[in-house]
Design a protein around this ligand. Structure first.
Ligand SMILES: [Mn+2]
Length: 342
């Protein structure tokens, strides 16, 4: 049975399910980002406070830049859920496959998401596209449950909004985003420490990979793209997480409507990150290829080799690119009437 995503009703359903459950597993999507990790940690702290038994599972390790967050070491890396749980909270997942986790089917599933590609696949679904980060929904849940927001929870939640807005640069940035951040600072999160840990402790392997990506940079007709190969990864000893944020360098180039970052995977497939300056909804393009995300930020995977994948996505994007004057007007109207977020 699926419940409505009407915000109030949906939140109430989540609250009832939390009261009813005893043994929870908290999961998010594979290759977790700051919003996924911070939301998992804060949710686990919340459930622990309510006296529930909780464990956190992730199919991929916590990225290095988020390992300093309180309780991050409690996240277990596995793709198999054991049978000891009665309920699962899925954060930021548009379906079970996105978690790359086995054994969720047997549990009562609670889905909390803010993606445009969010779907009502669970027993309880709370999907709110207006939230700047999934962490904002976790915060609302904690308040609705009458929980105390500890400094540790505030720290994790601050990391969700900081990273999902690209350091308060992208997406659904409204006054309420800053009000949320301000509340978290008042509750004990440290914005300087968080910025330093997340943005100013880059491993060399990440910067060298960025260098390789920038030297591949190309621009044509409103589209800017850049790529890295398996050879680059091996040469610099880079990890998957070192790709985080590279696409934004392409988006920041004058005249760019859509930025694409292409990354060659070990199996020869090509993973794409798509970013839009506001006029084009890249979530719909990514969904065509089995991917998903937000209006201005999405991802999908194509078959290789690199050159073929590049030509394939360029051909699709060419059809969406607007003449320059329309682009500016449409991007502005989208920002004022229908905000979207990364
Ligand atoms: Mn998010």
């Amino acid at each position: 049975m699926t419940e409505s995503t009407q915000p109030c009703t949906a939140l109430q359903s989540v609250i009832s399910a939390i009261h009813a459950g005893q043994r929870f597993v908290v999961v998010s999507h594979s290759r977790p980002d700051g919003d996924a990790i911070g939301s998992m940690l804060a949710t686990t702290m919340l459930l622990t406070q309510l006296g529930k038994y909780v464990e956190m599972y992730s199919s991929d390790p916590v990225p290095r830049l988020h390992r300093w967050l309180p309780w991050a070491s409690r996240i277990q890396v596995t793709q198999q859920i054991s049978s000891q749980f009665d309920s699962a909270i899925l954060l930021e997942c548009d379906g079970i496959p996105r978690s790359r986790m086995q054994g969720l089917d047997a549990l009562n599933l609670i889905n909390i998401d803010h993606h445009l590609s969010g779907r009502e696949f669970a027993h309880i679904n709370w999907i709110d596209h207006t939230a700047s980060a999934c962490g904002e929904l976790v915060y609302q849940l904690a308040i609705a449950l009458g929980a105390e927001i500890t400094p540790e929870m505030a720290t994790c939640l601050y990391a969700t909004v900081l990273t999902d807005t690209g350091g308060f640069c992208f997406g659904n940035l409204t006054a309420s985003t800053f009000e949320f951040a301000a509340k978290l600072v008042r509750l004990g999160s440290d914005p300087l420490l968080t910025a330093r840990e997340i943005y100013f402790k880059n491993p060399l392997s990440k910067m060298l990979l960025l260098g390789a990506a920038l030297s591949s940079l190309q621009h044509r007709n409103g589209i800017t793209w850049l790529s890295v190969t398996q050879q680059d990864f091996l040469r610099f000893g880079s990890l998957e997480e070192d790709c985080e944020g590279i696409v934004n360098y392409a988006l920041g180039i004058t005249g760019t409507q859509v930025a694409v970052f292409l990354r060659e995977l070990p199996n020869g497939q090509i993973r794409l990150s798509l970013r839009s300056s506001g006029a084009i909804q890249v979530a719909t393009i990514a969904e065509t290829y089995g991917g998903g995300g937000h209006g201005n930020a999405s991802g999908c995977t194509l078959d290789g080799p690199m050159e073929q994948a590049t030509q394939q996505i360029l051909a699709v994007l060419d059809k969406h690119i607007l003449p320059i004057e329309n682009h500016t007007a449409k991007a502005e109207s989208n920002y004022t009437t229908r905000p979207t977020r990364p």
